[in-house]
Design a protein around this ligand. Structure first.
Ligand SMILES: Cc1cc2nc3c(=O)[nH]c(=O)nc-3n(C[C@H](O)[C@H](O)[C@H](O)COP(=O)(O)OP(=O)(O)OC[C@H]3O[C@@H](n4cnc5c(N)ncnc54)[C@H](O)[C@@H]3O)c2cc1C
Ligand SMILES: *[C@@H]1O[C@H](CO)[C@@H](O)[C@H](O)[C@H]1NC(C)=O
Ligand SMILES: *[C@@H]1O[C@H](CO)[C@@H](O)[C@H](O)[C@H]1NC(C)=O
Ligand SMILES: *[C@@H]1O[C@H](CO)[C@@H](O)[C@H](O)[C@H]1NC(C)=O
Length: 601
């Protein structure tokens, strides 16, 4: 009983620090002339928010409309190309977050392309797509939008690429700040010295809030460098990725995104533009690196370290139709080699379906022969079952090596694809020899769950070999707790060897709220055995399910959370930036009314 009481006290303590709750006004409370006056202050960049697929429909928000056939044929053709689609304000990569899941109001396609029937048979509804947005292109646009939203108590959303898995970049009846077009030319800085510092933090690049990894990779490669970045070329570097932590194929060797940031510039909720680094505004520097997307300030510019190119070994394998027994043997191989492979620098993804397993990993700590030797357990497995060979590909281009995985992701994401997921960081101690059998069995069971006929979703278990356990052993002192470069991610990350992600993929055309709720509930519940097996671990805020239990401990740990809460009260006393369960969360805020009603136990 005692620990329970202590936990309860800590929770009450946190609530005593809670923020003032401001009731939000509806977008409809602002008159046309007030909108026009505001529009003039943001250089005419105010727009009406509309779901991306709205031009295809004959009925939009309850009214008949003439479909825009030309625009619709572009959407049918290019809507699944994420580089194109993330350039559309009304697009959400996980389409359920563009919908209001609690009511079923949405505007989406089914899984078959082109989808001619849905737009004719169904109607398009606004769902959770913000009603108005500012296509921000300057610091001033960001400042004026924050001040306007604050003065009028509007519900404000920051949207970059719309990749978020938790609906933090959408909300009904809101004004959005769209950062996608904040893409000034990327700059290369040899021996970058952060403002106010006297020492260089190493070679770095500086880019705007809207920059995506594809362009960043191309930029650094052309100059002979590599950078710690995400697996998807369309994820935004300076938005959700960095504010959540940011993992990469290079994390075993070079750390997380937050470990590589040299400097951030950001606009505070009151409109002040500030610079944060290891020498000034360290509180904000701490909060913006792990505290959660859209919570403390709007990042306008980011400077991150780059490293000279290095030869890298990549391995891509798929084992299809190998049966339950062989799948289990494969999982035993993954688990028993987990720590060894991390120490050898292998980062990447193992994705397990009930019918087979795919592997995409890379390392720059081994040469070709060493990589072949390291993969021997997998080649022996393949030879034994006579299912091919394990090929190692050598390249000094990270981007070229990544291409195979980029293509794999593109197959799975199309307009209308919806993804419910849950996350767990798996730490060193779970790989102890006496625990391996149980870990392997729990992970294998993710895929053995009986699929209910009326809840059509595809189950996938992804093991992310992108955790910083190895890097953390040699972290610079300045970035340890108490140092000026300490980041607000939870301490669990620092012992993290893997992150286990459970996905349930379904069609966005499924809109019955009860069915959507069940799918989200199943994705949440499927993680419970692993949660129970790793009681002293956490989850990745960016890839967790929105109902993560004990989220304060999972995402930040109590100590980081208390510092974050203090910073939040200082920079955002009105709680203007508050998107979902997180620092400054208030469950009475109507913006969560579109979330499915999932049981959090
Ligand atoms: C296909 C896919 C692949 C992924 N791969 C990886 C990976 O390899 N590694 C990894 O770590 N994660 C990965 N993620 C998760 C990713 O980090 C999160 O989805 C992240 O939230 C995306 O950030 P965004 O800015 O691109 O998206 P958005 O949905 O636009 O924004 C996400 C959050 O960031 C906030 N935000 C956006 N811009 C700003 C800003 N300028 N200032 C302050 N807050 C801002 C938003 O308010 C929101 O809370 C992946 C996700 C997907 C869908
Ligand atoms: C804002 O002004 C621009 C330029 O005058 C105009 O094109 C745009 O439609 C206006 N936005 C809204 C929402 O009225
Ligand atoms: C491995 O490489 C060989 C020779 O290049 C090729 O024929 C084979 O298809 C590759 N195997 C896989 C699984 O990619
Ligand atoms: C804005 O907020 C910051 C942080 O609380 C504060 O230091 C600054 O003085 C404020 N600026 C204005 C103009 O109120």
């Amino acid at each position: 009983m005692a620990p329970l009481h202590l936990g309860l006290l800590a929770t009450l303590g946190a609530h005593a620090l809670a923020l003032a709750f401001t009731r939000r006004a509806s977008i409809a409370s602002i008159t046309d002339s007030e909108w026009d006056a505001f529009n003039a202050t943001v250089s005419g960049r105010l727009r009406n928010g509309e779901p991306m697929l709205a031009p295809c429909y004959t009925r939009y928000n309850g009214e008949a409309q003439e479909p825009d056939l030309e625009q619709c044929s572009v959407l049918q053709k290019d809507g699944g190309d994420l580089t194109y689609a993330t350039g559309q304000f009304g697009m959400y990569v996980n389409s359920q977050w563009g919908a209001c899941q609690a009511t079923g109001q949405t505007c989406t396609f089914g899984p078959i392309r082109p989808d001619i029937l849905t737009p004719i048979l169904d109607t398009c509804e606004q769902g959770s797509v913000p009603t108005k947005y500012v296509d921000a292109q300057s610091v001033e646009d960001v400042q004026r939008t924050l001040v306007f939203a604050g003065e009028n108590s509007l519900r404000l959303v920051i949207k970059n690429t719309g990749h978020d898995y938790e609906g933090r970049s959408s909300a009904p009846d809101s004004l959005a700040l769209w950062t996608h077009n904040m893409q000034p030319p990327i700059e290369f800085n040899e021996e970058f010295v952060p403002e106010g510092c006297s020492e260089s933090g190493g070679d770095s690049i500086t880019f705007g809030a809207g920059e995506q990894f594809g362009r960043i990779y191309d930029f650094v490669e052309a100059r002979g460098y590599r950078i710690v970045g995400g697996s998807s070329i369309t994820v935004g570097a300076a938005g959700g990725w960095i504010t959540g932590g940011g993992h990469s194929l290079l994390t075993n060797e070079l750390g997380l995104g937050v470990d590589n940031v040299q400097q951030l510039k950001a606009v505070l909720p009151n409109g002040t533009h500030v610079t944060a680094n290891r020498c000034q505004n360290q509180d904000l520097f701490f909060a913006l690196r792990g505290g959660g997307g859209g919570t403390f300030a709007v990042i306008t510019e980011m400077t991150s370290r780059v490293y000279p190119k290095k030869e890298m070994q990549f391995v891509e394998i798929s084992f299809a139709n190998i049966g339950v027994g062989a799948q289990r043997r494969l999982m035993d191989i993954f688990v028993s080699n987990g720590e060894k492979w991390a120490a050898e620098g292998w980062g990447g993804y193992i994705y397990c379906f009930s019918i087979g397993t795919g592997i995409f990993i890379g390392t720059s700590l081994l040469n070709y022969d060493e990589a072949v030797e390291s993969m021997k357990p997998l080649s022996d497995f393949a030879t034994h079952l006579n299912i091919g060979v394990v090929n190692v590909t050598t390249t000094d281009s990270f981007r070229a090596g990544l291409q195979a995985f980029v293509e794999t992701q593109e197959i799975g994401i199309f307009p209308g694809s919806a993804w419910a997921l849950s996350s767990r960081i798996v730490k060193h101690d779970s790989f102890a020899p006496e625990k391996q059998q149980e870990l392997s069995s729990i992970l294998s069971n993710f895929l053995n769950v009986q699929q209910e006929l009326l809840e059509p979703s595809l189950q996938i278990l992804v093991l992310c070999l992108t955790m910083p356990a190895v890097y953390s052993q040699s972290m610079p002192e300045s970035d340890l707790p108490g140092g000026p470069g300490h980041a607000s991610i939870s301490p669990h990350w620092r012992d993290g060897v893997w992150q286990a992600l459970h996905f349930r993929a379904y069609s966005g055309s499924i809109k019955d709220p009860e069915l959507v709720r069940k799918i989200a509930q199943n994705a949440h519940d499927a993680m419970n055995p692993l949660r129970a097996f790793t009681p002293d671990s956490g989850a990745y805020i960016n890839e967790a399910d929105p109902w993560e239990p004990d989220y304060i401990n999972s995402f930040w740990g109590q100590e980081n959370y208390e510092r974050l809460l203090r910073i939040k009260r200082e920079v955002d006393p009105e709680n203007l930036l508050m998107v979902r369960k997180g620092v400054g969360w208030d469950e009475n805020d109507g913006r969560f009314s579109c979330y499915p009603d999932v049981d959090e136990s």
